[in-house]
Design a protein around this ligand. Structure first.
Ligand code: GLU
Length: 509
C-alpha cells in the first residue's frame, strides 16, 4: 500500500444515484491504480436529513457493484470512527481554534433575528441577503459583543453557532485535477456556519477536519461541491496548512434529458437513477434500481465509467481490470456528461453477450424460478443461455427468450398463423410428427433434413411453414433458430407441442 488515501463521503439521506456510484467508481479506480486505500466515511451530521437504512443501502450497492472500500464503519482501520456523528466531540476544538486565531466567531442570533436581517437587508440588487461581511457587524456575535458579554452568554449556555469570518476580497485559488486552476473571490461567499447549535459540525468543518485526520491525499466529489471549495480551502489554510491539503477533483455533472439529472427524472422518463431499488421511508414509494431493472453490475460500472471519461481511444467496453489499468483523472472531462438510457441498455446488451454462463446462471435462474419455471439440468441450461443471450438486453428478457425451453408455452400467438393456416399445412405437420418420431439420433441436422425432405415432397414454400412451427414450439414470433429449439427441447416435447398446437390452430380455420 502507498500513502495515497482517497475517500467517498456520502450522507445517508436516500438512495445512491448514478452520480454517487460514479464518484465511488472513480475513487476506486484511482485507489487500485495507485495501490491506495479507499475509505468510506459516513457524513451524517445533518440529523434532520438522516434516513434509517440509507447507510446499509450504500454498502449493499457498493457490494453489488464490486467496489468495496478498504476502511469503513463496517471494516474499521486506524482512523475511525468512520461515522461523523460518532466523532462529534472532535470538531468543537477546531471551531474554537479558528476563533482564537481570529478566523471565526460565535454567533448568538435567534431564528427571528436572522429572519429580520433577511428582510431588513433585502433590496432589488440583493434579493436574498446572506450573513457576510456587509452584515456581520450588525448582528449579535462575538465580533459585535464585548468579551465579557460573549463569555457570559457562553457560560449560561445560550444557543449559538460558530461561523467562519470570510475575508474581504481575497482571491482563493487551487488547482483542480480536472478543472485546472480555479479562482474565487472570497467576498461572494457567506460566513458559513461551521458548528451548529446542537453541537454538531456542519459538513464544511467536518469534511476538512476528517480529511485531515484521516490523512486523505486526494478528494474526489461531484461538481456541485465546487462552490463550497473556497470555504474548505480557507479552513485547510487556517487549521492544517495548505501544503497538507488533498488534491481535489470535482467530477462533471451527469446531465439528464433536461439539464442536471435529478432523482425525479427517473420516474418522469421511465429509467432508473438509483443503483438498487430504494423505498422512500416517508411515502413508501419504491424507485426501481438498475439492478432490479436487469442490469449486470459489470455493465453498470462500465457505463458509469465512460460517463465523463475515456481512455483516448474509441473503446467503450471496459472490464473493471481494464478500467483500473487505463483510468486517469486527467482524462475526465470538464463538461457535464449526458446520460442516455438507450446507450445504457446497449452497454448491458454487450455485457450479457460477453458474460459467461457462470456469471449469468444464478441471476437468470432466479428470474425464471420467480415465473415458476424450474431448471434442473445445468448443461441444458448452459446451452440455452448461450443460444439466447444475444437476444437479451436486460436480464428479465431471459424469461421470454429462455423460459419456453423449460416450460410448454401456456398460450400461442394464433393470430400470427391464423390468416394463412389451411388443411394442407395441418396435413404437413401431422406427417412431420410421424417422420420425426422415427429419428433415432435427435440432432439438429436430422430434424431439419426431415423438414426439408417433406417440404420438397409437398411443394409448400418453407417460409410458410417455419413461422407456424416457431409459434408451435415457442408460443410466439421470437427465439433462436427453430430447429435448434427442437433439438434442445427434445423429441417428445417437440411432438407434443406440435400436436397440441395443431388442435388449437385447426379450431381456428
Ligand atoms: N457528504 C457530501 C455528500 O453527501 C460529500 C461531499 C464531499 O465529498 O466532500 O455528497
Amino acid at each position: 500500500m502507498s500513502n495515497v488515501r482517497v475517500r467517498f463521503a456520502p450522507s445517508p439521506t436516500g438512495g445512491l444515484h448514478l452520480g454517487g456510484v460514479r464518484t465511488v467508481l472513480y475513487n476506486y479506480l484511482f485507489a487500485r491504480k495507485h495501490q491506495a486505500t479507499f475509505v468510506l466515511r459516513i457524513e451524517d451530521t445533518d440529523q434532520t436529513r438522516f434516513v434509517e437504512g440509507a447507510e446499509q443501502y450504500i454498502f449493499d450497492c457498493l457490494k453489488w457493484c464490486g467496489l468495496e472500500p478498504d476502511e469503513s464503519t463496517q471494516k474499521p482501520g486506524e482512523y475511525g470512527p468512520y461515522r461523523q456523528s460518532e466523532r462529534k466531540d472532535i470538531y468543537r476544538k477546531y471551531g474554537e481554534e479558528l476563533i482564537s486565531k481570529g478566523f471565526a466567531y460565535y454567533a448568538f442570533d435567534t431564528p427571528e433575528e436572522l429572519e429580520k436581517m433577511r428582510s431588513d437587508f433585502k433590496s432589488d440588487t440583493n434579493p436574498s441577503p446572506q450573513y457576510d461581511g456587509n452584515v456581520r457587524y450588525k448582528m449579535k456575535n462575538s465580533l459585535t459583543l464585548s468579551k465579557e458579554e460573549t463569555d457570559k452568554l457562553l457560560a449560561t449556555k445560550v444557543k449559538h453557532v460558530i461561523r467562519i469570518k470570510m475575508p474581504e476580497h481575497e482571491t482563493i485559488s487551487f488547482t483542480d485535477m480536472i478543472h485546472g486552476e480555479v479562482n474565487f473571490d472570497s467576498s461572494v461567499v457567506d460566513d458559513k456556519v461551521l458548528l451548529k447549535a446542537d453541537g454538531m459540525p456542519t459538513y464544511h468543518l467536518a469534511v476538512v477536519v476528517d480529511d485531515a485526520l484521516m490523512k486523505i491525499t486526494h478528494a474526489f466529489r461531484g461538481e456541485e461541491w465546487l462552490s463550497s471549495a473556497p470555504v474548505h480551502i480557507l479552513l485547510w489554510k487556517y487549521l492544517f496548512g495548505l501544503e497538507n491539503m488533498p488534491q481535489w477533483a470535482h467530477l462533471p455533472l451527469i446531465m439528464g434529458p433536461n439539464g442536471k439529472l435529478s432523482k425525479r427524472d427517473g420516474a418522469k422518463y421511465g429509467f432508473p437513477v438509483f443503483a438498487m431499488n430504494w423505498t422512500d421511508h416517508k411515502t413508501g414509494e419504491l424507485t426501481e434500481g438498475f439492478r432490479e431493472k436487469g442490469f449486470l453490475p459489470e455493465a453498470f460500472i462500465n457505463l458509469l465509467a465512460v460517463l465523463g471519461w475515456n481512455d483516448g481511444s474509441e473503446q467503450e467496453i471496459f472490464s473493471l481490470e481494464e478500467m483500473v489499468e487505463k483510468f486517469s483523472m486527467d482524462r475526465v472531462h470538464k463538461a457535464g456528461a449526458k446520460f442516455d438510457f438507450e446507450k445504457a441498455r446497449w452497454f448491458n446488451h454487450e455485457w450479457i453477450k460477453k458474460s459467461e454462463f457462470k456469471s449469468l446462471n444464478s441471476k437468470v435462474r432466479e428470474l425464471l424460478e420467480a415465473e415458476n419455471i424450474q431448471i434442473i439440468d445445468d448443461p441444458q441450461f448452459e446451452k440455452v443461455i448461450e443460444l439466447v443471450k444475444e437476444r437479451c438486453t436486460l436480464l428479465p428478457d431471459f424469461v421470454q427468450q429462455a423460459g419456453f425451453f423449460f416450460k410448454t408455452p401456456e398460450t400461442l400467438d394464433v393470430d400470427a398463423v391464423k390468416s394463412k393456416w389451411n388443411v394442407d399445412k395441418a396435413g404437413f405437420f401431422n406427417e412431420y410428427c410421424g417422420l420425426i418420431k422415427g429419428i433415432s439420433d435427435w440432432k439438429l441436422d436430422n430434424i431439419e433434413n426431415a423438414f426439408k425432405d417433406l417440404v420438397a415432397e409437398k411443394n409448400i414454400r418453407p417460409g410458410e411453414l417455419l413461422l407456424p412451427l416457431r409459434v408451435m414450439l415457442v408460443g410466439g414470433k421470437f427465439g433462436p433458430a427453430v430447429f435448434q429449439i427442437a433439438e434442445l427441447i427434445g423429441k417428445e416435447e417437440t411432438i407434443k407441442r406440435i400436436k397440441n398446437a395443431l388442435t388449437i390452430f385447426n379450431q381456428s380455420i
